[in-house]
Design a protein around this ligand. Sequence first.
Ligand code: HEM
Length: 429
Amino acid sequence: MRELTSWLSGGADPDSFPYLPVTAEFHRTGKHFVGKEFLALLDEARAHVAARAAGAGPAEPGPVRLLRDFLDVALDKWDGRYDYRSYLALRLLGLPCGDDGEDGGPVAGRAARRDRDRLLVRLVADALGFELAASAGATDLLPEQRPGPALVAKRHRLGVRAVAPALSRLGLTAGVDDPQPAGAAAALRALAAADRSAAEERALRLSMLPVYLSHDEYLFIRVLQAYECTFAGLADELRATIDALDAGRAAAAAQRLAYARDQLATAAPLFSLLASMQPESFRTFRAYTEGASAIQSRSYKLMESLCRTPEGSRLDSAAYRSVPEVRDRVRAGRPSVDAALQAAVRAGRLAGADRALVERRMREFAAAVLQWRRTHHRLAVRMLGERPGTGYTEGTPYLAEVRAIPVFTAVAADPDPADPSEPSGGCPE
Ligand code: HEM
C-alpha cells in the first residue's frame, strides 16, 4: 500500500511502478480477497496511466502498455469483467486474447514456432520451479494444501516430459535427462532461466495472480497457459495449411498439418500433469473462479473453426457465444481447411497421391483433437464430478456432448484403437 501511494504522489511514472509489492499484496490473500482500498488505489493508477497513454498518441511506449495490461488483469474482478483471458493474463504473455486480427496477418514461420516453444518451456519450467521451491520450504506463496513428496515427484517427471519435444527442437536438453525427477526439474528450471530475457521474466511473474491461496492453483494456471500457447500455435499452422492449399502446395499443407498434430499429441503429458492436481484443492479455489472458463478460449475456438465452419447450432450455443469475436469472423465467412481442400480438389489443384497425403494428415490431426477432447472430458469428470462448469454450462454433460463433433467434414478421423469411445477409463497418466 505504502509503495503504491508514494508512487501515485511521486509522479506516477509507469517506468517505476511498484510491481513487486503490488503482486505481493495479491499473493497475500489471493485475487478474490484483495482489499477494496488497495484496488481503489490501483484504479487511480489506471486513470493516471490512461491519461499518459492519451498524451502519447498512437505509439504507446512499452512501460505504459505493460502497466495498462497488468492493471487490466489485476482489476478484472473489481471491474466485474473477470474472465478466462484476464485470469490467465494472456495478453501479458503475448498470447492472443482478443480480436487481434488473426486473419490476413503474416503466416507463422520458424521464428513464431520457436517463440511458442520457448514460452511453453518457460511456463512449465516455472510451474516445476514453484513445486521445487515449495517442497524445499523456500517460498510461502500459496501455502494451503501443499502436495506430498510423491505427488511432487510425479509432477516433476510429467512436466519434464511435456516439454521434452520443445526442448529438443530448441537444442536445449543438457541435464534434463537426470533420472531423479527433482534433478531433471531443477535442470529445466535453470535452462529456462538462462534462456529468458528480463522482459520475459517479468511477464512470467505478472501473469501469476491466483484467486486464492491453494498451492495447486499455480499448476492449474500454468497448464492452462501452456495449452493456450499450444492452441495458438495450432491456429497458426492451420492458417498456413489453408494458404498452402490455396496455392496448390500440397506438401507444405501436409507438413503444416503433421506439425500441428505433433504439437497437440506431444502436449498430452500436460493433462497428466494437471491430473495430479488434488481434487479437493481444485474444488477449494474454483469457488472463486466463477465466470472464468476455457469455454472462453479464443485460440481453441479459432483452431476448431479453422478446421471447418461449425454448424449453426454450435455457433448459436454457449460454445461460440462465449467468444463473440471468433463467432463474428466465422459468420463473416472465415476460410477453413475443410473448404480449402474441397476448393483445391474442385479446381484440379489437388489430386492423386498429393490429395491422399493431405487427407491422411487431416485424419491424423483430427484423431489428435478427438483424443484431446476425450482426455479433457475424463479429467473434468475426475475433478468436477456432477458439478456445473464455471462457464455456466451443465459441466461434464456438455463436454460429453461436444467431444465427438467431427473435426473436418471432408475427411473422417482415423479411429483410435487405443482409446475406444470411452467414458469409463481412468485418468490420464
Ligand atoms: C481441472 C481441469 C478441468 C476441468 C474440471 C475442466 C472443465 C471444463 C468444463 C466443465 C467445461 C465446459 C464449459 C464450462 O461450463 O466451464 C470446459 C470447457 C473447456 N475446457 Fe476445460 N476443464 C479442465 C481443464 C482444461 C484445460 C487444461 C484446458 C486447456 C486449455 C481446457 C480447455 C477447455 C476448452 C477449450 C473448453 C471449451 C470446449 C468447448 O466449448 O467445446 N480445460 N472445461
